[in-house]
Design a protein around this ligand. Sequence first.
Ligand code: NAP
Ligand code: ZN
Ligand code: ZN
Length: 348
Amino acid sequence: MPTTAALSTPSAGAPFERTTIERREPGPRDVRIDVRFCGICHSDIHQAQGDWGAGIFPMVPGHEIAGVVAAVGAEVESFSEGDRVGVGCFVDSCRECEYCEAGEEQFCTKGVVLTYNGKGYDGEPTDGGYSSEIVVADRFVVRIPDELELDVAAPLLCAGITTYSPLKRWGAGEGKRVAIVGMGGLGHVGVQIAHAMGAEVTVLSQTLSKEEDGKRLGADHYYATSEKETFRELRGTFDLILNTVSANLPVDRYLSMLRIDGAMVNVGAPAESDTYNAFSLIGGRRSLAGSNVGGMPETQEMLDFCAANGVKAQIETIGADDVDAAYERISASDVRYRCVIDAATLEA
Ligand code: NAP
Ligand code: ZN
Ligand code: ZN
């Protein structure tokens, strides 16, 4: 089997090592992709550190993949060599359950095959985008529009779809007040998307240190949640609160900022459980919900939307040797706003 350069962590929390991994020969419906850039999502950190339970090690993370098609199988019609493409959080599903048929493969009843830290239906562990090449079935590959450079497009494959999908489903748009909690990788893309959808956007960040960036990206208002006044002042304000925070929050205080019938949607996935008081929901007929990336058709729709509206990730490009340090900086909310690995540095 062909091998490719990769970055792998041998056990939970251990530093990354340069290695080579095997990639299958493309089958008739497979696309072989030269990875050019791969974003670092906080989910990579959670999984590489074992936050969500035992992972599969050695682990090659990465599910924000942008690259160029190197070869396609004989039956692939929608892609050809040289096309600019992306791969997100999953690389296979049963393709026949009700959710797969609806293009919501992330909810596949057989279990979606994660891009990494998963097992294919052949039982083999999957390896993600911190690698030079990846081979993926055509159904799970999307086209990156020409308007988007590959490096700033890469993070959209997770951060973009994870914010686009709930913003659309919960009706972010004209006349809607939307709060984005956390101005990180997901949050800074969510602000742009919610603004492009026409909503009145508020960022709720721990401090005001990123206010200028937030407003430049489309936020109408910006508040620090470290200030108690914020919660009092914003009581009953929002139709939708999108929580992108990687840590636990005092959920009741956030729910109190919702209008009657408002919804707080969690995409942040901390290691520990959150708690809330039933009256925080009952008192305002409010909803507390969650959302999980998005299906393939919606991922393509999101990329086309971002291209049409100038939505791009703000990135820091890093080399293969900088990933451990990047994990620390991301965990300290010190990155503006997404680290992207330049895959050319994997071979060196
Ligand atoms: P990130 O870049 O680290 O951003 C998270 C932001 O949360 C930080 O920038 C910070 O924003 C805020 N934050 C961090 N610690 C906090 C604390 N203790 N209290 C309050 N706010 C805090 O992470 P990300 O890549 O955007 O991912 C965010 C979360 O979403 C992770 O848990 C990730 O696993 C999850 N995720 C879920 C899905 C899904 O499908 N549901 C998909 C992708 C990622 P400020 O500096 O502005 O305060
Ligand atoms: Zn992710
Ligand atoms: Zn299915």
